[in-house]
Ligand binder design. Structure first.
Ligand SMILES: Nc1nc2c(ncn2[C@@H]2O[C@H](COP(=O)(O)OP(=O)(O)OP(=O)(O)O)[C@@H](O)[C@H]2O)c(=O)[nH]1
Length: 338
């Protein structure tokens, strides 16, 4: 059976069950070519879905035509189901131009309307006995039921697919919103809200490895803002954000807590690891914040703990950072172990 490639999936199942019916139609009528069409009443188009039989009359599945050019329409309009003299009765028709002499058509309908047609044709003259006509009508009914069922199934699966796509869109949108809500727009780091959620997760999941908290504050940032303007201050914060991202691992938590204050949390890290990380960060920040690097340094506080993570760990790192400020800024202070 030749068929259109436009459809797939459940349509192939439908095709399998229609195929023997078309063969039967050929046996009943004695006509060589049998085909089924789909009629789109709104678009006024007709499409050949399946063709069974000889290649004598060139009808291809997938072929589309205007309803105004349809042989089926001509016969429907004459309240007829058969023409045995197509060339005489419809000399200017598509059927005549394709070499049809006999053309038989029966409507294929769903519960509301005609949705297609079952057609049989031949280049020779054939008559159709009343019994054959009756049998063909039964076949058209069977095809109608199958097509209608398939139509309903495919409508349902299209609706399901649309709902699935809509839900996916909503999910992506809400993920995007939540990502935005947790991110500091200037630096791309987590904001306070994002930090709190990650920090809570870490506290809940933490087992026994040591965790280093690095508190960082830009030195004399207010002065720099006042001297060069807010935009330069923003550029410097952005450069710091980039430096921190470049120095961190995927598992680290990097956040801008507000203004020029940041937290950097490293899992599985010792004091020495944290000091190394702080050193790398200073160097990277210096590189990325040219040409005003000389005017801005970092005060850094470190605290490391391996058990009972709580917010005191943050406070201790922060306190160490303020001690670094007190010692003249641009230094790293490690808090005493608790
Ligand atoms: N450009 C810019 N400035 C900001 C932003 N948020 C906060 N600030 C400014 O950052 C400055 C923070 O200054 P402070 O932390 O009080 O003090 P500081 O000048 O850094 O001095 P020390 O911390 O003692 O070294 C304030 O002047 C804020 O107005 C921002 O998003 N962009």
């Amino acid at each position: 059976m030749r068929r259109t490639d436009k459809f797939s999936g459940s349509f192939l199942q439908l095709e399998k069950s229609i195929q023997p019916l078309l063969k039967l139609a050929s046996l009943i009528t004695g006509l060589e070519t049998i085909f089924v069409t789909y009629i789109d009443a709104v678009q006024q188009r007709q499409q050949v879905i399946w063709v069974e039989g000889s290649e004598d009359i060139q009808i291809d599945s997938g072929t589309e035509l205007d309803w105004s050019d349809s042989m089926c329409r001509l016969l429907f309009n004459n309240d007829s189901i058969i023409s045995t003299r197509v060339k005489d009765e419809y000399p200017h028709s598509t059927g005549a131009s394709l070499g049809m002499q006999t053309f038989v058509v029966l409507p294929v309908r769903n519960s509301e309307q005609v949705i297609g047609s079952l057609c049989a044709t031949s280049s020779r003259q054939h008559s159709l006995s009343p019994e054959a006509t009756q049998q063909l009508e039964l076949l058209a009914e069977a095809i109608s039921l199958q097509l209608d069922q398939w139509h309903n199934i495919s409508r349902l699966s299209q609706r399901y697919e649309r709902t699935r796509k809509r839900l996916r869109k909503v999910k992506l949108h809400s993920e995007e919103l939540s990502q935005k809500a947790n991110t500091d727009s200037l630096t791309g780091l987590l904001n306070r809200r994002g930090f709190e959620s990650r920090w809570t997760e870490l506290k809940q999941q933490h087992e026994s490895s040591s965790v280093a908290v690095i508190a960082i504050d830009l030195d004399n940032f207010k002065e720099l803002n006042d001297k060069h303007g807010h935009a330069v201050g923003d550029d410097l914060l952005t450069a710091f954000g980039q430096a921190l991202i470049q120095c961190s691992r995927d598992t680290d938590i990097c956040a801008r807590m507000g203004g020029d204050e940041f937290f950097w949390i490293l899992s599985n890290a010792t004091v020495a690891n944290a000091q190394q990380a702080a050193k790398r960060l200073r160097e990277q920040f210096k590189k990325l914040s040219q040409p005003i690097a000389t005017e801005c340094s970092l005060s850094i506080g470190i605290q490391v703990k391996s058990a009972n993570l709580d917010d005191n760990l943050l406070l201790a790192a922060d306190k160490a950072m303020y001690q670094a400020k007190g010692q003249g800024r641009a230094t790293t202070q490690v808090a005493a172990p608790e």
